[in-house]
Design a binder for this molecule. Structure first.
Ligand code: PEP
Ligand code: MG
Length: 763
């Protein structure tokens, strides 16, 4: 940790200071920097805490006690936690730190300011780790001695039993966990409440404000029914107000704590906010929303006519409008254009981001790509994935909703627009643009987002577990996305594409074989798949064998030998390649075998691009020869070539355990529309009657034979298509990470409708 001061005022805090000031401190600093009226505060930094541990000589004793602790032994956890907290409280804070705290406090106001003292924990290597709510807060603190005591109690609370247990289970080393303390003027609010800067369910530009008398705790804790005001940001007017009967308020009590006060008859029914105050709050909300790029959930307070913003965080409940379907136009235009539209393409990964353009014409150029830039390229390829991880948005000339850029961006939660045809020509290096990955629009400059929440925000809150009869699974391509995918609460992984993992190695499987380094390849594959299996313990994970077209292999080491094909999409890929390259297939099977042997019975294996049951039979026979207990292994196929839909009953007779529609390819092979060709993207129609008829036929056959039938193509992330599939009897669906919540909802709605219709028919 670099040398940092013991005290930082909000005005001095920069984004990079999270390790010193914690998430809470950094967020207050950021709000101050964009001009929001945040109550005066300073932070006693994590460095002050570390110096305290070192200079008092308790550091080693403390960490040694924690290291020896078995957190699953409840008695030991409680007693070690108590001992360690006592240790922290038993020593005097070194004079120089103590004096700095008291000096800073004196600078807050002349005759002693009443403050709130809140802890803000942080991990050195993972500054954003959420330790919220695990350390103490002390409200209504007055005077030097009480303040210093409260700071020391905050420090001690880092070792509360719950916090120690949580960190141990999350794999955090206590030595790398720190605590900063925010000392903030306590606002004795006359009125206070919360505000959603956009409608929390629909995402419309309507600011919803809830307010009540006294401290905000009353509204936040739900102990009072607050007034509710709706402000339309488009017309800048209060369009709805509901004045509630507010029975109580919470106020500070004496020099410590708070108390509940009953309200007079008059105050109970009086409106808390005037229209002018609603408008002022909405304006501040708009500033926060445009700064953060996503709708915010804000705590506010008003005293003596002054408005204060106490906290701002992203709303996690917004249901985003559906992604426009390929071929269905680019969706609704915003009512007021956000700015000058430079380009349009297909919104391939939701979210809005602004940044500096970096045009990548060759993978060599990716070294110029810095954190937060916008990567603009003809089409991404696997070599670019490391750079794709750094950028705030991605724009391509080519491609459709199922191209490499689209798949990887969705998985990384990075906004992306694909198929703009001319981004690399129209945009300039260094130019600042805003990318709307929902609408598929690129704007000039950094413009404020309208309303949509990005994928990450939507996914952040695991949805309330809606139980559906149809399993709702998730697609994963990068092991690093496994945790995010599992956080959606999905019922398993309906497609794990291993080619992204293999292409990321930058050497072809053939290279590993040729150089006698097969073990390395197997262990990479084993590790990547294991990460996903671990994240979905007890739930099915269908891992697909390698399906990379030759053009994607060519840039890799060992790729010089790849044949040049006129049409790689129709060429040497999928199971047909594995069957003719037993060495390559064997390495994959070896990784699966080891995972099964390690007890991962939730692993199923899916073969891509099968067009005849004979391919399935041969693949299974090879696996058997290599020692797989194929009778008990879960083996299935993708249905992504019309022939496999037509021959589905023969596949069932051949012994598949499951089938999954790969509509990305099924559509292109049924309609002769190249899925990556932006010139025919408008003719790429998953709802084409021929595609639907093939799917319907195959679902019926699977149901008749009790075989699990699923979908893992992009159409499985389209609520309308999914409702149709559920209506036609599909047994599971697998969606992109960002789409899981809305797909689960579409499934639940359709299932209820089916039950209701049946009940009505039988009534
Ligand atoms: C598909 O074809 O629908 C599919 C899921 O496979 P991929 O997109 O990897 O070809
Ligand atoms: Mg496919």
């Amino acid at each position: 940790m670099k040398e940092m001061p013991n005290i930082l005022w909000l005005e001095e805090i920069k984004k990079e200071d999270i390790p010193s000031v914690g998430g809470k401190g950094a967020s207050l600093g950021e709000m101050t920097a964009i001009g929001l009226p945040v109550p005066k505060a300073f932070v006693v930094t994590a460095q002050a805490f570390r110096k305290f541990l070192v200079e008092t000589g308790i550091e080693e004793t403390l960490f040694r006690r924690l290291e020896r602790l078995d957190v699953d032994d409840n008695g030991a956890l409680e007693s070690v936690s108590r001992d360690v907290q006592d240790l922290v409280l038993s020593v005097e804070i070194p004079d120089h730190i103590r004096e700095e705290i008291i000096d800073a406090y004196a600078r807050m106001g002349a005759n002693g300011t009443v403050v709130a003292v809140r802890s803000s924990a942080t991990a050195e290597d993972l500054p954003e780790a959420s330790f919220a709510g695990q350390q103490e807060t002390f409200l209504n603190i007055l005077g030097d001695e009480d303040l210093v005591d409260a700071v020391q109690r905050c420090w001690a609370s880092l070792y509360g039993a719950r916090a120690v247990y949580y960190r141990a289970k999350q794999g955090f080393d206590d030595r790398s966990v720190n605590i900063a303390v925010v000392v903030q003027e306590l606002i004795r609010s006359e009125k206070s409440g919360v505000m959603f800067t956009s409608h929390p369910v629909t995402g419309e530009p309507l600011t919803i404000i809830e307010g009540s008398w006294g401290l905000g705790e009353a509204v936040v804790s739900g102990s009072v029914s607050p007034d509710n005001y709706v402000f339309d940001l488009r017309t800048e007017r209060v369009v709805d107000r509901l004045i509630a009967e507010k029975e109580i308020m919470i106020v500070p009590e004496g020099e410590h704590g708070t108390k509940i006060v009953n309200l007079s008859e008059k105050q109970r029914t009086a409106p808390v906010l005037s229209d002018a105050e609603v408008a002022r709050l909405a304006t501040l909300g708009r500033i926060a929303e445009s700064h953060y790029g996503v709708p915010q959930d804000i705590e506010w307070a008003i005293v003596g006519g002054d408005v204060f913003i106490l906290q701002s965080r992203p709303i996690t409940t917004i249901r985003r409008p559906e992604i426009p379907r390929p071929g269905a136009g680019s969706g609704e235009r915003p009512e007021k254009p956000l700015g000058v539209v430079l380009l349009e393409g297909q919104g391939a990964s939701p979210g809005v981001a602004s940044g500096r353009v970096v045009i990548v014409r060759d993978v060599k150029d990716t070294s110029a790509v810095k954190e937060g830039d916008i990567l603009v390229t003809k089409m991404t390829n696997p070599d670019m994935v490391p750079a794709m991880r750094r950028v705030s948005a991605i724009v391509t000339d080519e491609g459709g909703m199922t191209c490499h850029a689209a798949i990887v961006s969705r998985e990384l939660g990075t906004p992306a627009v694909v198929g703009t045809k001319k981004a690399t020509k129209v945009l300039q290096d260094g130019q600042v643009i805003t990318v709307d990955g929902e609408k598929g629009t690129i704007y000039e400059g950094a413009v404020a987002a309208p309303a949509p929440a990005p994928a990450a925000a939507t996914v952040a809150a695991a949805p309330a577990p809606v139980i559906t009869g149809t399993l709702v699974k998730v697609n994963v391509s990068l092991p690093e996305a496994a945790k995010r995918a599992a956080a959606t609460g999905a019922d398993g992984v309906g497609l794990l594409r291993i080619e992204h993992l293999i292409l990321g190695l930058n050497k072809t499987p053939g290279w590993y074989v040729e150089h006698g380094r097969e073990e390395e390849f197997i262990s990479e594959l084993y590790g990547g798949i294991k990460t996903v299996l671990d994240a979905f313990s007890g739930k099915p994970v269908w891992v697909r064998t390698l399906d990379a077209p030759t053009d994607e292999f060519r840039n890799m080491e060992g790729g010089e030998e790849e044949p040049i094909e006129h049409n790689p999409m129709l060429g040497w890929r999928g199971i047909r390649r594995d069957l003719r390259s037993p060495d390559q297939f064997r390495l994959q099977v070896e990784a699966f075998k080891r995972l099964w042997a390690a007890g991962y019975s939730n692993l199923g294996v899916m073969f891509p691009m099968v067009n005849h049951p004979g391919e399935f039979i041969r693949a299974r026979a090879m696996m058997k020869d290599w020692g797989v207990d194929v009778e008990n292994a879960t083996l299935g196929v993708m249905i992504e070539i019309p022939s496999s839909a037509i021959l589905v009953e023969d596949f069932i007779r051949a012994g598949i355990r499951f089938a999954s529609f790969g509509t990305n390819d099924l559509v292109q092979y049924t309609l002769a529309i190249d899925r990556n060709n932006e010139h025919v993207a408008d003719m790429y129609e998953p709802e084409h009657p021929a595609v639907l008829r093939l799917i319907d036929y195959a679902i019926k056959a699977c149901r008749e034979h009790d075989i699990e039938c699923s979908i893992c193509g992009q159409a499985g992330s389209d609520p309308a298509m999914v409702a149709w599939l559920v209506g036609h009897g599909i047994t599971s669906v697998s969606a992109n990470i960002d789409a899981v919540p809305r797909i689960r909802e579409a499934v639940a709605r359709k299932e209820r409708q089916i039950l209701l219709d049946a009940a009505r028919r039988n009534a």
